[in-house]
Design a protein around this ligand. Sequence first.
Ligand SMILES: [Zn+2]
Ligand SMILES: [Zn+2]
Length: 263
Amino acid sequence: MNGILPSESHQARRGIQECDFCLKSRTEVGRLFACSGCKLAMYCSPACQKAGWGFHKLVCKSIKQERSQFKEMDQLFLSWGGNLAQAINPSAVLPSVIMDEFCAFAEKFKLPLMEAGYNGLRIASDPSFSEHAVLFVMLDRHPVRAHSSRAWARPRVLYAKPMTYDELREKYGRANVQELVVRLGGLREIQSRAPDYVASVNIMLSSLCHVLSPPVPLHYPVPLDISPAYMRAVSLGDTWAQKLKDIVEKISGRQVNTRNGHI
Ligand SMILES: [Zn+2]
Ligand SMILES: [Zn+2]
């Protein structure tokens, strides 16, 4: 079992999270800890982490695998750049850094992403739709926060839209997305075994890596399971995509800072 990290060491975690096992909010329990394996699951106590481990371990393993693949990609991209004589952009961000930003972003904005996914994937009105679709969230680095020490504050949301697996295959090529699709299906199956399972929302964070030319799209699946408590609290509406963008900009301090001139 993985250890736990004090959440205070990460400025990223404030306010809106809940324990993945008992669903108590941070305000109720005072502080939450992140699973040191995936840095995504949050717990209020070692007891909750232990109790949730049987269910979480497979999801956790999958996230860790994803992360090590991005590290391998760094090496691969750099060697391609040399071999193919493609100009490597020296200021470009390597895949593993983008991965860190994906992770931090997914964790920081878990609840806003869940709400967008809940709406965008029609969980309430058409539950079977989400079995073959993801909420595709395209990110890029905001120029104002591109070098923030807080990795979650660097990206902004360019757009968010539901995409079916078929649409993903069409856009990125079958070979490129097939592994992700299989993994998302496997994660959904694991999630559905949880006793209080209601629904899954699969988010796909995406960003372009500019190390090579043309830039290479990188994807990061974020499997979220909807808790019964969350289901009662979620707000439904058509403006979810704009709301997601606005929350990210607001929490990342861009609107406020831009207005005040403290960039
Ligand atoms: Zn708990
Ligand atoms: Zn974990």
